[in-house]
Design a binder for this molecule. Structure first.
Ligand code: FAD
Length: 377
């Protein structure tokens, strides 16, 4: 198995070197994730790799899926890796684990091929951390539901062919008991994409507002049980948070490796920066920080594969690793001096791209809330 994993990692690296690295800067400058890239990723077997073969996947296990996350993160190509994670590791698994057979047959093979791009729309202008405050509604109308509302900050919003929409189906009860998830095709009348939002980093990754005005979907578009959307969300968040944690560790490893190369070359006061004790200590601290966190995410990988990763542990992984990533990129940028602040140096991109890791997928503060609940409640 180790040989298979190494071979797969090698293939992913080769794909990144040939198909991503030469164009990435151009895509970042234009703020564009080319639509055709989704098809190319599908052709290469890089989407939904751990889905069953019945649905077009390779029936590989979680470790293979995470190799993809790691290699895009390590290479500092978050604008491609992030959207892929949403599509393959979040949306596809929501459907696999909670969908009807018809929903799985309909969406998963197309998602694996890159013909159907997936997104998940929870966040609204008035509801981010507090998902119970979601105001998008889905009103029952015979065999259909009619969806009204708006979402924001939605990754893949510009390309998605299908979006999982979090909507209230019962306003009389608390959000946790009156929310449902819907698989909404974006070619339906009443669906509209807003602008591609301008971000401080991850420029090529599309992040959009989405609008729903009397969007009519069949009752069969509900994912899981009606009014039980929160249960579905809670069941899936562990994998999402661990994917972010695994990406955080790999991104930190990547930027550290680049910095080690730089300090050996760059000279100050007649010697390489690497000769200065401050440089040596900072690198030693960063390497130790990364190593400790890698051991923890490796433990969490095993827990997830044994279906034993609980909410508190996944939250610990997410908050610990993304905060670590922030520390490491800051240290590394400092060692680059003024060059670290220049866009042509990858470390500057690693720095801005790392910042959002502490915000999306549940903020650091929300992670701490979840961990403390497991201790106190
Ligand atoms: C680039 C990007 C991509 C994203 N992609 C998606 C996506 O694909 N789909 C999607 O649905 N969403 C997505 N999001 C949204 C993201 O999940 C939210 O931004 C995040 O959950 C925080 O919500 P908020 O922005 O409304 O902040 P708020 O909830 O308003 O939080 C503001 C601050 O208050 C703190 N806070 C809030 N509640 C508490 C509390 N109880 N205790 C302590 N502190 C608290 C927060 O930690 C934060 O520091 C994305 C966001 C970004 C920036």
């Amino acid at each position: 198995m180790n040989e298979e994993l190494a071979l797969f990692r090698d293939n992913v690296r080769r794909f990144i070197a040939a198909e991503i690295a030469p164009y990435y800067e151009q895509w970042e400058n234009a703020g564009i994730f080319p639509r055709g890239l989704w098809n190319k990723l599908g052709e290469q077997g890089l989407l939904g790799v751990d889905l069953p073969e019945t649905y077009g996947g390779s029936a590989a296990d979680f470790r293979f899926a995470m190799i993809i996350v790691e290699e895009f993160s390590r290479a500092n190509f978050g604008s491609i890796g992030g959207p892929m994670t949403v599509h393959s590791d979040i949306v596809a698994h929501y459907i696999l684990n909670n969908g009807s057979e018809e929903q799985k047959q309909r969406y998963l093979p197309e998602m694996v091929a890159g013909a159907c791009v997936g997104a998940v729309a929870m966040t609204e202008p008035g509801a981010g951390s507090d998902l119970q405050a979601v105001r998008t509604t889905a009103r029952r109308d015979g065999d259909h539901y009619i969806i009204n509302g708006s979402k924001t900050f939605i990754t893949n919003g510009q390309h998605c062919d299908m979006v999982i929409v979090v909507a209230r189906t019962n306003m009389e009860v608390a959000g946790s008991r009156g929310t449902s998830l819907f698989l909404v095709d974006t070619n339906l009348p009443g669906f509209q994409r807003g602008r591609n939002l301008e971000k401080i980093g991850l420029h090529a990754a599309g992040t959009s507002e989405l609008f729903f005005e009397d969007v009519r979907v069949p009752a069969s578009a509900i994912l899981g049980e009606p009014d039980r959307g929160f249960a579905v969300l809670m069941g899936e968040l562990q994998r999402e948070r661990l994917s972010l944690a695994i990406g955080a560790v790999a991104a930190a490893e990547g930027v550290l490796a680049e910095t080690v190369g730089y300090v050996k070359e760059r000279k100050a006061f007649g010697a390489p920066l690497a000769a200065l004790q401050n440089t040596r200590f900072k690198l030693a601290e960063a390497a130790t920080d990364i190593r400790v966190h890698r051991a923890f995410v490796d433990e969490c990988k095993t827990l997830l594969m044994n279906a034993e990763l609980d909410v508190a542990t996944a939250s610990m992984a997410k908050v610990a690793t993304t905060e670590m990533q922030g520390r490491v990129v800051d240290t590394c940028l400092q060692l680059f001096g003024g060059y670290g602040y220049m866009r042509e140096y990858g470390v500057s991109r690693a720095f801005v791209d790392a910042r959002v890791q502490r915000i999306y997928g549940g903020t650091s503060e929300i992670m701490k809330e979840l961990i403390s609940r497991s201790l106190l409640d």
